[in-house]
Design a protein around this ligand. Structure first.
Ligand SMILES: Cc1ncc(COP(=O)(O)O)c(C=O)c1O
Length: 491
């Protein structure tokens, strides 16, 4: 077998096979023990690029050489989202079946823009999203479409809502029109920044993104929403879109979806639910009461790449108005015309969003759902919620820590507030917690992140990794306590 690639065409397939086997072994070892690595990359900015050649190779290099560099140069610069002690942001993990799905998808390398460019990709997407909808108890007439992330899903939802207004924005645009009222869009002050970003991208304007106050649980206050809508109507504006979140990014607050649905109906707003993270909890019958009102939404996003063990990226936008979504985005140049598309006997996913070229993402989700089963997925998510609630209980009982928000899902917002610091005021507590965060993350043993809630610096510990167990959460709690004592003893 030759290590020398030919001068044209594909590389030697025996070399590919050998490296491929080696890499599957490597991945299996990695998944068996990601704890051999520090969870947060222990490198400084520029450390990795300094080890890489500044110009590309002119001659072919062998796969073993490339893989050796991957291990020696790239791996030390990786932050390990697969690590069971990854508790930062929303801890999204992939899984072995998801990786195999990605592998096959990369190998097939199809572009699923049209049904005919890979019929199975289109049909598997439709079927898998229908399954997912059933698993999440979504209304059966909703249709889903796979997007890269929730930021895109949120933006596409806004664009669809704008199209539903029938203000001819698709044709005439928004600029320089005296016949167009100011469009107003409502989110809560805790909504994810991507909703606002989507509005900016679509020319709605930041001034027209109205951030509604939240209650003591960080959930949108429907009375404040009603007041804002009425003030805008009185000013001659056009309220058109409201977003409720199930599982906000900072504290996983749950907006009152039924009350928002009532207002959306009363004032004829498009009601979008951002369930990028929390949508997955609808797998659990005991969590479904939080979703009351979501069944009246016009659209909803859920991200299997956040909490359903599907490798990033894969977000799903569901809507009860697929025809409006299509109307917002469909353009049919001659070179993309097909007989079955014209006859409308098939779905061409290019019509349901911005992307023309589309990866075969449904494959990995289908493999994940089949390999774990609905019950297996639900059991894992339920366990993550249990672990987080247990951690929240320890925080609550501790004299040195306090909770800063309720823990309805698997993310705990808390801070250190030892009695000796309490008299020093909020600024000192913020500083202490920032120091604690840096210190625990620097150990490489755990990775947590932070947010601000009502101006207070909050640590965030989110459980969502497929490998996280009781002992990991216990060790994280121990490390936080030990590190706090060290900091206290130095001051
Ligand atoms: C509630 C919510 N919506 C949207 C997003 C954006 O998700 P993505 O990274 O898939 O664009 C996030 C990310 O954490 C989120 O928490």
């Amino acid at each position: 077998m030759s290590n020398q690639p030919p001068s044209h065409g594909e590389i030697d397939l025996d070399a590919f096979r050998q490296s491929g086997y080696q890499l599957i072994d490597w991945i299996a070892d990695y998944f068996a023990n990601p704890e051999q690595y520090p969870v947060l990359a222990q490198v400084e900015p520029g450390d990795i690029s300094a080890q890489l050649p500044t110009s590309p190779p002119t001659k072919a290099e062998s796969l073993p050489d490339i893989i050796a560099d991957f291990e020696q140069i790239i791996m030390p610069g990786m932050t390990h989202w697969n690590h069971p002690n990854f508790f930062a942001y929303f801890s999204s993990t992939g899984s072995a079946p998801g990786v195999l799905g990605e592998l096959l998808s990369a190998a097939l390398n199809i572009n699923g823009m049209l049904w005919r460019t890979s019929p199975a990709a289109t049909e598997l997407e439709t079927v898998t999203l229908d399954w997912l909808g059933q698993m999440l108890a979504l209304p059966s007439d909703w249709e889903g479409v796979i997007m890269d992330g929730a930021s895109m899903s949120n933006m596409i939802a806004i664009a669809t809502a704008r199209e539903a207004l029938n203000l001819q924005i698709r044709v005439k645009g928004m600029a320089g029109r005296t016949d167009l009222p100011r469009l107003r869009l409502y989110i809560s002050e805790q909504s994810h920044s991507s909703v606002e970003k989507g509005a900016l991208t679509l020319g709605i304007g930041q001034e027209n993104v109205i951030k509604i106050a939240t209650d003591e649980n960080f959930a949108l206050d429907p009375t404040a929403l009603k007041t804002a809508i009425e003030a805008d109507l009185a000013a001659g504006y056009r309220p058109f879109f409201v977003c409720g979140t199930i599982g906000t990014t900072s504290s996983t607050a749950i907006d009152p979806l039924a009350a928002i649905a009532d207002l959306a109906e009363q004032y004829q707003l498009w009601f979008h639910v951002d369930g990028a993270y929390g949508g997955t909890t609808a797998l659990l019958p005991e969590m479904r009461h939080h979703f009351e009102g979501a069944e009246r939404a016009d659209s909803m996003v859920v991200n299997p790449h956040k909490w359903m063990f599907t490798p990033i990226d894969l977000s799903v936008l569901y809507t009860r108005h697929p025809a409006t979504l299509k109307q917002a985005f469909s353009i049919l140049p001659e070179y993309l015309r097909t007989a079955e598309g014209d006859a409308e006997t098939v779905k061409n996913y290019m019509d349901y969003g911005l992307q023309l070229g589309r990866r075969f993402r449904a494959l990995k989700l289908w493999m994940v759902i089949r390999a774990f089963g609905q019950e297996g997925l639900a059991a894992r998510v339920r366990e993550h919620i249990r672990l987080a609630q247990q951690f929240a209980g320890w925080v609550d009982e501790s004299a040195d820590f306090e909770l800063l928000a309720p823990t309805p899902m698997s993310n705990v917002c808390f801070r250190a507030c030892p009695p000796s610091y309490q008299a020093q005021g909020e600024a000192a507590l913020d500083q202490l917690n920032a120091q604690l965060l840096d210190a625990v993350n620097a150990t490489g043993q755990i990775f947590i992140s932070h947010t601000k809630l009502r101006g207070q610096y909050s640590l965030r510990l989110a459980v969502g990794n497929i490998r996280t167990t009781n002992s990991h959460v216990e060790s994280a709690w121990q490390l936080l306590n030990d590190t706090l004592h060290q900091i206290k003893s130095l001051t």
